[in-house]
Ligand binder design. Structure first.
Ligand SMILES: CSC[C@H]1O[C@H](OP(=O)(O)O)[C@H](O)[C@@H]1O
Ligand code: ADE
Length: 305
């Protein structure tokens, strides 16, 4: 893997779409993507978990930004990921839409390892140890999160994803509840069974959707998570409980599929009819009425980045 150290550290245009890569996806390797710049933005919340690589795609008027959630060397635990800096850094370079990838355990028989899932709900099983919000420190705000993922972006993935997965012998499942746990230890069998039996539509489990998706909502970014199944967690009596080895093994195949899916999604998103979606115009100003604090009491917030 090239570290791209010879590339410029600035990029002259706003980049609207970002990909956040998780476990097993520390870079985008599709042959159609050419790295053209590596940015190291700093934010009031510190540095992001990795440099942000700008890639040109076959559609050069639509560059994309890539950020490695756990760092270039996978050195950040899920609980240690600097989510506030990541989302703020992306927003500061112009990003308005985020497609995040995640390796997940399956809580359902029909979601097999190497299938992909685009969840429509998330259930919080983190422990309150992760910096959580851009509000606080004198600015009180509450954003809606009833629908945690951007429906329109999900529809674009649904439209092209079935074919990409089908060509690789997998399935794309639309909808379902993603359980986000703290980790880093995996679940006990008791927990895994309880998730399956008591959480509505429980489908998959990971350690990284929160607070990433909540911060994206506060920053008025359209956000979805494409989840790549790697294991059956530990609820299935005829399977070995999840290990990192199993996850990494399946992520080798999943990473190739993810690259092909990003390429297909981009081919669709560059169409004029999606320009407003990628710019997330439907979310611009959405948090205006979320702030309770008297105007003028505070100076600037993340929206001025
Ligand atoms: C290495 S298994 C657990 C690890 O995998 C997932 O990472 P990501 O969501 O960044 O792909 C999961 O959330 C855990 O962080
Ligand atoms: N079973 C599991 N639990 C939590 N995170 C995961 N990531 C991949 N598999 C997982």
């Amino acid at each position: 893997m090239s570290d791209n150290t010879d590339l410029p550290s600035t990029y002259p245009h706003p980049v609207r779409l970002a990909i956040i890569g998780g476990t097993g996806i520390a870079s985008l390797t599709h042959s159609g993507f050419t790295p053209v710049a590596v940015l190291n933005p700093t934010t009031p919340w510190g540095s992001p978990s990795s440099p942000i690589t700008i890639l040109h795609t076959p559609h050069t008027t639509h560059p994309i930004a890539f950020l490695a959630r756990h760092g270039a060397y996978h050195q950040f635990l899920p609980s240690e990921v600097p989510n506030q800096a990541n989302i703020a850094a992306l927003r500061s370079i112009g990003v308005r839409s985020v497609i995040a990838f995640s390796a997940v355990g399956s809580l359902r028989e029909e979601i097999k390892p190497r299938d992909f899932v685009v969840p429509d709900q998330v259930f919080d099983r983190t422990k309150g140890v992760r910096p959580w919000t851009y509000f606080g420190g004198g600015v009180v705000g509450h954003v809606g999160f009833a629908e945690p993922f951007d429906h329109r972006l999900s529809q674009v993935v649904a439209g092209v994803g079935e074919k990409v997965l089908g060509q690789r012998g997998g399935r794309l499942h639309m909808g379902g509840t993603l359980i986000c746990m703290e980790g880093p230890q995996f679940s006990t069998r008791a927990e895994s069974h309880i998730y399956r039996s008591s959480i509505p539509n429980a489908a998959i489990i990971n350690m990284s959707c929160l607070p990433e998706s909540k911060l994206a909502r506060e920053a008025e970014l359209a956000y979805i998570m494409i989840c790549m199944s790697t294991d059956y967690d530990c609820w299935k009596s005829d399977e070995e409980p999840v290990t990192v080895e199993t996850v990494m093994g399946n992520m080798k195949a999943n990473a190739e599929t993810a690259n092909a899916l990003v390429s297909a999604v981009l081919e669709e998103l560059v169409k004029e009819e999606h320009a407003e979606l990628v710019a997330a115009n439907h979310l611009s100003g959405a948090t205006r009425w979320s702030v309770c604090t008297k105007e003028g009491f505070f100076g600037s917030d993340f929206r001025s980045l």
